[in-house]
Design a protein around this ligand. Structure first.
Ligand code: ZN
Length: 619
């Protein structure tokens, strides 16, 4: 075939002008925020100015835009308040606390004015969402400027953000500014703030925060005026300058992130550490009897964790990460986390590693967490368990066993709902938590079992590199895994994500005939899986039998000696295979000895010669 050279060059040029993250059917909106905040630490109120340049990369014309006003959730009778008081198993941190907030303690974001390209525009505040009726539609490919003046009041710390948290941190400033809702190939995502999970537009943030000079700040962005603000950001050996009239303006920039968090406290101690070939780490915490010892050790573990995570799951793309005491547990933000700090060393390292891991799945891949909470919390829990096992030298054979147990308890509880449930719409907090964290982590644990470790980890890195900054969905993920493994895996995703069907395989019978053994396995649960059966013989030898699923259209490869049998077509309730030895030679036989599957009943996985000899053979 003759190659048309000019055509090839043209095609290459065309593809290179398509901006970062854009393909014909998967575009990303773009946003640039410039914000200036003046904080009053007496009233806990702030004045804000926001200028946004919003680019519509979608193929659609937009007649409306939406902003999130998250602080409005912290008002009596808000959707968050009502939900927290009426859900069967309330979150202890929220309960009925919102309903008791006084006017000075609530949170709010009041919009004083809004302009589209210099002209005032109509808007309406509906709970935690600002609905904006545009003067002029935004055409595909067009950029518009929105200018807003707003006023905020920081609520008493109830959930994630707020003032004066339980450990005495002055300001945990998450979800603090009017944030443009995401519009993507699935439409608008103007979800009211009820409880959990976020989504956002990729953007560049330029934020100036003016606050009393005593306060130390940290958060999402890179500090732009370190010599001016000091407090440990200045060059070593120099002293940070002083602001005017007792106030300092902190200037941060954060490129290509979905959100911007900051925290402030006059008593923060600020410590730095460097990850070799990785980001600079910042630690901000109040030093006292409950924190001193463990926070001094935290940087060393955090560096180790970053190195392991970069190597195993893909490279963290920013030059900075900050671990900040604040909030109400642990919560992830781009380039940073807010965690409570008065913890044992194991708990402190554990929460830090978990929140850092979100940088991969919430921060950089940024799947829509409301729709696919398990792709964030589950993948994070999986990676954190592997990392903790290594850096804390836990020596666990299967670091995922805790996650599997969490899922198995859910499967038994009667409260399970499919993973495809929107994060806010689970009937119970319990079902959400176990689904998103444990069942989500188990999704990856089982996939590693199906694909094999040697294929799984490189595929996880490919997923990270191919989909970073593009909001992948479950199908995008499973397609990467299919291409890497050569297996069809759609069935696995559909069963595990869209249904609550369970895995249960058993050994039905072991029969002897003419010196041979016929083993019959049974698919008791509804969800099919490929099987690995380990057999130990009385002479001390052992072997492993592998039975692929026919719908995988392929097999896992093993480096050790494994006998691969014919595929099991999933509709067949049983599967019989033959061993070239009498049954009396078999000492034991186990389906899934390494517990790669979350099999809901493991008792029927085991055949034990002494226990089963009579009844099984005579059957
Ligand atoms: Zn998490």
């Amino acid at each position: 075939m003759k190659i048309n050279f000019l055509g090839l060059v043209m095609a290459m040029l065309m593809s290179s002008v398509i901006a970062f993250g854009q393909t014909k059917d998967r575009w990303q909106q773009a946003i640039k925020y410039e914000m200036e905040i003046d904080m009053d630490v007496e009233t806990h109120r702030f004045d804000g100015e926001q200028k946004v340049v919003y680019t519509n990369n979608s193929p659609d014309q937009l007649n409306k835009v939406f902003y999130h006003l998250y602080f409005n959730a912290f008002q009596p009778n808000s959707m968050m308040d009502v939900r927290s008081r009426t859900i069967k198993d309330p979150d202890r941190r929220v309960g009925d606390r919102i309903s008791k907030l006084s006017d000075d303690e609530i949170g709010y974001q009041k919009i004083k004015s809004l302009k589209q390209n210099g002209k005032a525009v109509d808007f309406e505040v509906v709970g935690t969402i600002l609905e904006v009726d545009l003067n002029k539609p935004i055409n595909s490919g067009e950029s518009v400027t929105f200018e807003m003046e707003f006023e905020g009041q920081v609520p008493e710390q109830i959930r994630r953000s707020g003032r004066n948290n339980a450990e005495g941190i002055s300001y945990s400033m998450a979800q603090w500014y009017p944030k443009m809702s995401e519009y993507d190939y699935q439409g608008w995502h103007s979800n009211p703030y009820i409880g959990r999970e976020f989504h956002g537009v990729w953007g560049d943030f330029d934020v100036k925060i003016t606050i009393d000079e005593d306060y130390v700040l940290g958060g999402t962005g890179y500090i732009q005026n370190p010599e001016e603000v000091g407090h440990g950001y200045q060059k070593e050996g120099t002293e940070g300058g002083k602001g005017k009239k007792g106030k300092l303006t902190w200037h941060f920039k954060a490129p290509q992130v979905i959100d911007f968090m900051w925290a402030a406290d006059p008593d923060y101690k600020h410590v730095k550490a460097q990850v070799p070939n990785g980001p600079e780490l910042h630690f901000l915490y109040q030093e006292n009897d409950k924190t001193k010892e463990n926070w001094e050790k935290l940087p060393e573990y955090t560096v180790k964790a970053f190195e392991y995570m970069n190597k195993t799951f893909g490279k963290y793309p920013y030059d900075q990460y900050s671990v900040i005491q604040g909030g109400d547990g642990g919560m992830e933000y781009p380039m940073s986390t807010l965690i409570t700090g008065e913890r044992s060393l194991g708990s402190l390292v554990g929460v830090t590693v978990h929140e850092m891991f979100h940088s991969w799945y919430q921060g950089v891949l940024a799947s829509n967490e409301s729709l696919y909470e398990w792709m964030d919390e589950g993948f994070t829990s999986f990676g954190a368990a592997e990392t903790m096992n290594v850096i804390m030298e836990q020596g666990q054979e299967n670091p995922q066993s805790g996650n599997y147990r969490g899922y198995l308890a859910l499967a038994e509880s009667g409260y399970e709902e499919p993973l495809s449930t929107h994060a806010d719409h689970y009937v119970t907090n319990y079902a959400y938590g176990r689904a998103a964290y444990s069942k989500g982590a188990t999704f990856l644990g089982q996939l590693r079992y199906i694909m094999g470790e040697d294929v799984f980890y490189p595929a996880m890195r490919t997923y990270f590199n191919e989909w970073k900054f593009k909001h992948p969905n479950p199908n995008d993920f499973i397609r990467v895994m299919e291409k890497a493994s050569g297996l069809e895996l759609d069935w696995y995703k559909e069963y595990w994500v869209n249904s609550t069907k369970q895995i249960d395989y058993g050994i039905k019978s072991v029969l002897e005939s003419n010196g041979k053994t016929f083993v019959t396995l049974e698919k008791v649960g509804e969800m099919p899986m490929p099987l690995e059966v380990s057999i130990t013989y009385n002479d001390g030898n052992s072997e492993m039998i592998y039975i692929p699923l026919r719908i995988m259209r392929g097999e896992k490869s093993f480096d050790s000696n494994v006998k691969t049998l014919a595929d099991w077509p999933w509709v067949f309730p049983t599967y019989t295979f033959e061993l070239d030895q009498p049954a009396s030679n078999i000492k034991s036989m186990v389906i899934d000895k390494n517990e790669g599957m979350a099999d809901v009943d493991r008792e029927n996985n085991i055949f034990n010669a002494e226990k089963h000899l009579e009844p099984t053979f005579n059957k």
